[in-house]
Design a protein around this ligand. Structure first.
Ligand code: SAH
Length: 360
C-alpha cells in the first residue's frame, strides 16, 4: 500500500449502480463496472494491472486515482468442529471478528457490521466492550471476500451470509445495504437473497425499508415474551417494545413458504419457563414466524448460563404444540469463542481473544 491510499477512491464496497455512476462521471462505459465487479468479487483482484479485459488506458487511469482495498485475517482460529473464526484488523487499527460455519451442504459466514455494539444487551459479550464505530461497506464485504477466497482454495464457495456477528446491522443501514447489494449481484457474489439473513435486535423503523429494498431473510432477536423482562435484557426494548417489534415482523413481505426467524437465547432461570414458552407462542400466534432457540453460550463475567437440555426440549415442545415451527440452534465454535454472543472487539494481543483482561 502506498501512502496515497487515503486519497484514492476505494472501488470495494460500492454497489454496481454506484460503480456505474462513478465510471459514467469519468466518461467511461457503464458496462466496465460489471467487469470490475467480476475482478473484485469473483476473481479477488486488488491490482488493476491484472484486469486484462479492461483497456490499458482505463487500467492506467484507475491505477492512478483508485484502489481496491482488502485485508487478510490477522488471525485464524479453527474449532474442533471445523468452525473458523477470523480476526480482522481494520486500517484504523480497530478489530472485528467473523465466523465461518461449515456443515454438509452449507458454508455460512457470520459477519460483523459495527465495531462493537451500542445496544448493550446485558447477556452479550459484544455489547460489554462498548461501541466504537460503524463499519464501511468495504470493510463489511471484505469479510466475505476473505472467506470466499479462502474457500476457493479448497474448491468450495460461500453459500450463506448472516449479519449475526458484531453490531446491529439496522443501525448501519447504508453500508449494510451496499454490502447486501454486492452479495446478491450476479456480477458480485451471486448469493440468493434467501441465503442472506439480516439479524436485528428490533430497530423497528428500519425494518420495512430494508425488507422492501432487498429480498433477504430476516431474523429478530426476541429473547423474552414480556416487555419488563425484555427491557431488562435488551435496553432497546424501551424504545421499540415487543408489540411494535412483532407488528414489524408481521409486515415483512415474504415469498410463499418463507418465514421470519425469531431468535430466542435461552438463559437458565431467566426466560426458560413453560409460562415463557406459552407467552411466546401467544405472541406469535397466526404469524409467519419460526423460532430459533439458542441455548446460552457463556463467557467470562457473565452471570447467565444455558438451561439443562431437557428444559430446552420442554420449551421447544410447548412452542411446537402451539403450532410454531421451532428448532434449537446447534452450538458451533464455542472452544474458540466463536459461538453466538461471544464475539468482541478487545481482540488485540497474541493470546486468547479476551486478551484485554479485567472484566473481559
Ligand atoms: N444485533 C443483532 C445482530 C447480532 S446477532 C441482533 O441482536 O440480532 C447475535 C445473536 O446472538 C442475537 O440473537 C443475540 O441475542 C444472540 N446472543 C448474544 N449473546 C449470546 C450468548 N451469550 N449466547 C447465545 N446467544 C447470544
Amino acid at each position: 500500500m502506498t501512502s496515497g491510499d487515503a486519497d484514492r477512491t476505494d472501488l470495494k464496497g460500492m454497489t454496481l449502480p454506484e460503480l456505474e455512476a462513478f465510471l459514467a462521471r469519468g466518461g467511461k462505459e457503464r458496462y466496465r463496472a460489471r467487469q470490475l465487479f467480476r475482478w473484485i468479487y469473483q476473481k479477488h483482484a486488488v491490482d488493476f494491472a491484472a484486469m486484462t479485459d479492461l483497456s490499458k488506458e482505463l487500467r492506467g487511469i484507475l491505477a492512478g486515482s483508485c484502489r481496491v482495498s482488502g485485508f487478510p485475517a490477522e488471525r485464524v482460529e479453527t474449532s474442533a468442529d471445523g468452525t473458523e473464526k477470523y480476526l480482522f484488523r481494520l486500517e484504523d487499527g480497530e478489530a472485528v471478528e467473523s465466523v465461518l460455519i461449515p456443515d454438509e451442504a452449507r458454508r455460512t459466514l457470520c459477519i460483523s457490521s459495527q465495531v462493537g455494539c451500542p445496544l448493550l444487551c446485558g447477556f452479550c459479550a459484544t455489547g460489554a466492550a462498548g461501541f466504537r464505530r460503524n463499519m464501511t461497506s468495504a470493510e463489511i464485504v471484505q469479510q466475505a471476500c476473505f472467506a470466499e477466497k479462502r474457500l476457493a482454495g479448497r474448491g468450495e464457495r460461500l453459500s450463506n451470509v448472516v449479519f449475526m456477528g458484531m453490531g446491529e446491522p439496522l443501525l448501519n443501514v447504508p453500508d449494510v445495504s451496499r454490502t447486501i447489494g454486492i452479495l446478491l449481484s450476479q456480477f458480485g457474489f451471486g448469493i440468493s437473497g434467501k441465503r442472506v439473513t439480516v439479524s436485528t435486535a428490533g430497530i423497528v423503523p428500519e425494518m420495512p425499508a430494508l425488507a422492501q429494498a432487498y429480498p433477504v431473510s430476516f431474523a429478530v432477536s426476541i429473547n423474552a415474551a414480556r416487555d419488563d423482562l425484555r427491557s431488562r435484557l435488551m435496553p432497546i426494548n424501551r424504545k421499540y417494545p415487543l408489540k411494535e417489534v412483532v407488528a414489524a415482523m408481521r409486515r415483512i413481505p415474504l415469498q410463499t413458504g418463507r418465514k421470519v426467524t425469531a431468535e430466542y437465547v435461552l438463559m437458565a432461570g431467566v426466560n426458560d419457563s413453560i409460562e415463557d414458552a406459552l407467552a411466546l407462542s401467544r405472541l406469535f400466534r397466526g404469524a409467519r414466524i419460526k423460532v430459533n432457540l439458542i441455548p446460552y453460550n457463556t463467557h467470562e463475567a457473565s452471570p447467565y448460563r444455558a438451561p439443562e437440555a431437557d428444559t430446552v426440549d420442554r420449551f421447544r415442545n410447548v412452542l411446537i404444540a402451539g403450532g410454531i415451527q421451532t428448532i434449537t440452534r446447534e452450538r458451533r465454535g464455542a472452544d474458540i469463542r466463536a459461538a453466538c454472543g461471544q464475539l468482541r472487539t478487545a481482540a488485540g494481543g497474541s493470546g486468547g481473544v479476551a486478551a484485554g483482561g479485567g472484566a473481559q
